[in-house]
Write a protein of this length. Structure first.
Length: 275
């Protein structure tokens, strides 16, 4: 789940740099365990993404998986949200609400889950396909995944958050696609949404400096058409204004002394969809 508003949810006092919390490397173990629950949940759900399934059923399976793992879905009850995941289909950019919608052959969808385990938040999302995508949708998924990985590759002590956004933007736009500006990645750890806002566009050298101990998500949303979005009357569902297809991938990242650690890697190697 994405936000553009910082929301501090605890009284935890930590070292900060430019308002960004720094965690001890020993605390990364909490993120590894929470991130693994989220990743295993997304591994599990893939086989159920088929034409004819309702998104509400997928959400129920995600909920049951997280609870069975000893975790809680962070989205359930968050600012009045009533589901345990976000499921965004085709031209829905993010925050799609699971319900009675039935998947059709060729639908592409993002499933976004955040598992709270022992106070740590593991946040990840992936793309799935019900049946087989058309060629344009297939290419969009490839470009969005590559955008994420290019952004992650920029994470290193001494770099800047603008480096991440610049790498994503230059690649996606070079592929004649657009990067959504209205939503962004965010700090995470013992807080669901924290500083910094991690933009998926920008220029190199801009923004706060990246330092060891920072934990945040990178989660680019890439559109086949224009980058503009609008939020529907439900207050959550964000869609492309031109109704073009949108895709997204997300990992939770921790900054180490010499680079980064991805906390939400797929244990089964299923992060990228198979069709």
């Amino acid at each position: 789940m994405k936000t553009t508003v910082t929301n501090r949810q605890d009284q935890d006092v930590r070292r900060t740099v430019e308002g960004i919390r720094l965690y001890d490397v020993a605390e990364f173990e909490g993120m590894r365990r929470a991130g693994r629950v989220a990743a295993e949940c997304l591994d599990m759900i893939g086989e159920f993404v088929v034409p004819g399934v309702r998104t509400g059923e997928l959400d129920e399976r995600c909920h049951e998986f997280m609870v069975a793992a000893g975790a809680r879905p962070a989205t359930l009850g968050y600012r009045g949200y009533t589901k345990s995941s976000c499921i965004s289909i085709n031209h829905v950019v993010c925050h799609g609400i699971p319900g009675d919608k039935m998947l059709r052959d060729g639908d592409i969808l993002n499933i976004d889950v955040t598992a709270i385990l022992d106070g740590w938040y593991g946040d990840s999302s992936r793309m799935y396909v019900a049946g087989r995508p058309n060629r344009k949708a297939e290419r969009l998924i490839h470009v969005t995944h590559e955008s994420l990985m290019r952004g992650i590759a920029e994470v290193r002590p001494g770099g800047h958050f603008g480096d991440i956004g610049a790498a994503i933007q230059s690649y996606a736009e070079g592929e004649r696609m657009s990067v959504v500006r209205d939503f962004c990645g965010h700090g995470i750890g013992r807080v669901f949404h924290d500083e910094p806002n991690v933009l998926h566009y920008g220029r190199r050298g801009a923004g706060p400096q990246i330092r060891p101990g920072m934990i945040f998500t990178i989660e680019p949303m890439v559109n086949l058409g224009a980058p503009q979005t609008k939020t529907l009357a439900d207050g959550w569902t964000a869609v492309t204004r031109d109704r073009s297809l949108s895709a997204q991938f997300e990992h939770s990242i921790g900054v180490t002394e010499d680079g980064y650690e991805i906390f939400t890697l797929s244990p089964a190697g299923k992060f990228f969809p198979d069709w």
